[in-house]
Design a protein around this ligand. Structure first.
Ligand SMILES: CC(C)(COP(=O)([O-])OP(=O)([O-])OC[C@H]1O[C@@H](n2cnc3c(N)ncnc32)[C@H](O)[C@@H]1OP(=O)([O-])[O-])[C@@H](O)C(=O)NCCC(=O)NCCSC(=O)C[C@@](C)(O)CC(=O)[O-]
Length: 462
C-alpha cells in the first residue's frame, strides 16, 4: 500500500504544531539535511524515505514506461543528443555536468549502487534551482467569471510576493474589449454600473466596458504594488499602446504573447502570426530604449482549440523570432493543456534546436492532468523556469474548455520533493491560495492545497 492510499496516522506523529506538520510533509520534509546529504532520508509514517518521496520502492524503469526516452538518448552513456543544448545545460556531449544535479543523487549513504544508478539516470537532468513564474493574478484572474475587486488582486500579489516567488505576473494592459476580467463596480455619471446593465448597454457578449476603466484597474494594480520588493512584477502587453500604458503605470518588465497557431492568433489578438511579430518587434524596440526586459510567450505549442495539433516546427519558428527580437525568456504555453510527455518532448527538442535552453520556460495548463509529468520532463531536458498559477487559477477566454494553469503549490511540492530549490515558502503560498479561493468562493485547484488542508483540519481535531 502506498503512502497515499494509507491514511496518515497522527497518533503516530511526534508532537509538533500544525505548521511543522505541513512543513514536514512539504518543502522541508524531504530536503536533504546538513547531516544527511545522502538520499535525504526523512521520516514519514514512521518509515525512512528518500528525498524523492519514493519511499525506496523498487521500480523497473523500462522503455515501455518512458516511451519518450527513445527520442532523448542518455548522454552519460556516450550517446550524443540530437538537440542542441547550451553549455549551461547539465549535459554536453558525452559527459554530465554535476552542477545541476541535486546533491543527494551523488552522495547517497545507500550501498545499493543499482538504486543510486536508477536515480541518477532519471533525475540527472534536473536543475538545482527552478525559477517559478507565478501567473495567477494575470492568467488566473483574467478568466474568472466573477469580478475580482482591485484591492483583492493587490492583496493576492502582496501575499504571493511574500511567499518568496521571484516573479509574479501582476496584470495585463490589453484592450478591455477583449478580456472579460474587468471591474463592474465602476460608476458612469455617478451611477453604479451593474454587470447586467453593462452587458446590456455595452454588448460584446459581456466582455468589455470602457477602455479607460479596464486600464484603470491595471494601472491601479500597478500603482498599489509600486515599490513592492522581493519579486519582479511583469505585465502583459499586446501592442505598443499597451506597452506605453504599462510603462506609464510603472511597469519595469513586460511580456508579449504570440501564438504558434494562426487561428488562435486571430481569435486572441486579432491578427496573423506575422502581424503579431511585427507588433512585438515595435514593443521590444521601444522596450530596449528604456532598458525594460521583455518576456515572450508562445501559445498553443501543442494544440489549438480550432486547428488541432500544432507542428513543433511552427512553435520553434515563433520562439526563435521572439528570441531574435530580444525577448530575454520564451515561455512555451500549452494553452489548452493537451500535451503529454510524448508530444512535449518533440516540441521542446524542436525549440531547443533554435533557442538556448536557459532562455526557455514552460507554461502548462492542467486540463488533462498532464502538467506535472510535462514539467518533470521539461526539467529533465534542462529547463529551469516554470510558470504556474496559485490554486490552479485560470484558463484562457479564447480557448474554451481549457482549465487553469498547473497549481503553484503542486509544482513547489514536487520540486521540493525532488530536492530542487525554489525559495518559495509553501506555507505562505498555501495561505495566498486559501485567500484567493475564499474571495472567489470556490475550492482550490491545487491537489497539494486540498491534501494539506485536510492534514491541518485533522490536526485541529486532535
Ligand atoms: C491585441 C488587441 C488589442 C487587438 O485588438 P483590436 O481590436 O484589433 O485592436 P485595435 O488596435 O483595433 O483597437 C481596438 C480598440 O482597443 C483599444 N486598444 C488597443 N490596444 C489596447 C491596449 N493595449 N490597451 C487598451 N486599449 C487598447 C484601441 O484604442 C481601440 O479602442 P477604441 O478606439 O475602439 O475605443 C486585442 O485583441 C487584445 O487586447 N487582445 C488580448 C486578449 C487577451 O488578453 N487574451 C488573453 C491573453 S492570455 C494568452 O494569450 C495565453 C498566455 C500568454 O497566457 C499563454 C498560454 O496560456 O498559452
Amino acid at each position: 500500500m502506498s503512502s497515499l492510499e494509507e491514511p496518515l496516522g497522527f497518533d503516530k506523529l511526534p508532537s509538533m504544531n500544525t505548521i511543522e506538520r505541513i512543513q514536514r510533509f512539504s518543502s522541508g520534509a524531504c530536503r536533504p539535511r546538513a547531516d544527511d546529504r545522502g538520499m535525504g532520508h526523512c521520516w514519514i509514517e514512521g518509515r525512512s524515505c528518500s528525498s524523492s518521496n519514493s519511499c525506496e520502492e523498487d521500480y523497473e524503469y523500462t522503455r515501455e514506461t518512458f516511451p519518450w526516452k527513445r527520442q532523448t538518448r542518455d548522454p552519460c552513456q556516450g550517446n550524443r543528443r540530437t538537440m542542441s543544448l547550451s553549455s549551461k545545460n547539465m549535459v554536453s556531449g558525452s559527459s554530465c555536468d554535476s552542477r545541476y544535479l541535486p546533491d543527494h543523487q551523488y552522495s547517497s549513504k545507500s550501498n545499493d549502487k543499482e538504486k543510486q544508478g536508477i536515480a541518477n539516470k532519471f533525475l540527472k537532468g534536473i536543475p538545482k534551482f527552478v525559477k517559478i513564474v507565478e501567473v495567477g493574478p494575470r492568467d488566473g484572474l483574467q478568466n474568472e467569471k466573477n469580478i475580482v475587486p482591485t484591492d483583492v488582486k493587490v492583496e493576492l500579489i502582496h501575499r504571493l510576493v511574500s511567499s518568496g516567488l521571484p516573479v509574479v505576473e501582476a496584470t495585463s494592459f490589453v484592450s478591455p474589449k477583449w478580456v472579460p476580467q474587468v471591474d463592474y463596480n465602476w460608476e458612469i455619471d455617478g451611477e453604479k454600473m451593474s454587470e447586467e446593465r453593462s452587458q446590456g448597454e455595452l454588448g460584446g457578449g459581456g466582455l468589455m466596458p470602457k477602455a479607460a476603466l479596464m486600464l484603470a484597474d491595471a494601472r491601479d494594480v500597478m500603482e498599489a504594488v509600486h515599490g513592492l520588493e522581493g519579486s519582479r512584477l511583469p505585465v502583459l502587453t499586446p501592442n505598443l499602446k499597451g506597452f506605453e500604458a504599462a510603462v506609464a503605470a510603472g511597469a519595469k518588465e513586460v511580456a508579449v504573447f504570440a501564438s504558434a497557431s494562426e487561428s488562435f492568433s486571430k481569435s486572441n489578438i486579432n491578427c496573423s502570426i506575422k502581424e503579431s511579430l511585427a507588433r512585438y518587434r515595435a514593443v521590444t524596440h521601444a522596450a530596449k530604449e528604456l532598458s525594460i526586459p521583455v518576456r515572450g510567450y508562445v501559445s498553443c505549442v501543442i494544440g489549438c482549440p480550432e486547428e488541432g495539433s500544432i507542428s513543433p516546427s511552427k512553435v520553434a519558428y515563433v520562439a526563435k523570432e521572439l528570441h531574435d527580437m530580444g525577448c530575454f525568456e520564451i515561455s512555451l504555453g500549452d494553452t489548452i493543456g493537451v500535451g503529454t510527455p510524448g508530444t512535449v518532448v518533440a516540441m521542446l527538442e524542436a525549440v531547443m534546436a533554435v533557442v538556448p535552453v536557459e532562455k526557455l520556460a514552460v507554461h502548462f495548463h492542467d486540463t488533462y492532468g498532464q502538467s506535472l509529468p510535462n514539467i518533470l520532463l521539461s526539467l529533465q531536458m534542462g529547463i529551469s523556469v516554470v510558470d504556474s498559477s496559485v490554486a490552479g487559477l485560470g484558463g484562457c477566454p479564447y480557448a474554451k474548455g481549457a482549465s487553469g494553469n498547473v497549481a503553484t503549490e503542486d509544482v513547489v511540492f514536487m520540486l521540493h520533493g525532488l530536492g530542487v530549490r525554489t525559495n518559495v515558502d509553501l506555507v505562505k503560498l498555501l495561505s495566498a491560495g486559501d485567500f484567493i479561493c475564499k474571495q472567489l468562493g470556490r475550492p482550490s485547484g491545487s491537489k497539494t492545497a486540498v491534501a494539506l488542508s485536510r492534514v491541518t483540519a485533522d490536526a485541529s481535531k486532535i
